[in-house]
Write a protein that binds this ligand. Sequence first.
Ligand code: SF4
Length: 166
Amino acid sequence: MRITPSKCESQMQECYGDLVRLTRYTDLALRAVMRLAVLDGDQLVTTRQIAESMNVPYTHMTKAVAELQHLGVIEARRGRNGGLSLTAAGRDTGVGELIRTLENDREVVVCEGDTPCPLSGACRLRNALRQAQMAFYASLDTVTVADLVKSPTGPVLLTLGAAPAG
Ligand code: SF4
């Protein structure tokens, strides 16, 4: 049987759809760093303000923010006028490196696990997919978090949600 392009595309989406599809968690973290990257000087915003401005549940954003703090991408100032800001290292972070870390560098196919594939120790497909994944991250490493908020994104971010705290 000759596989038509549309059928092939459909099968590829089913098999390897996660190759470039980020987890919801990673997407929320990237939204948070972009929201923080447009702040001026000493401006701070709270997790709730980020969640509201990005139209996502507060509880979900809380988990993403906690991980970004753990990674040193953002920092928190406590107190009545406290809030979050991007660290200098976070601003200069390559997007590829950030995504690789947030996605836990997972492979795009599950070769082991409950029903391991018999080819898992010697599979050229697995290796090719891994190379493609590395190229994907390397491409994104040419973009920093600061780059993400250049026009037109930054000006739009500044129009969203509540005013910064503090
Ligand atoms: S080892 Fe190869 S064929 Fe088996 S699941 Fe992994 S990528 Fe697919």
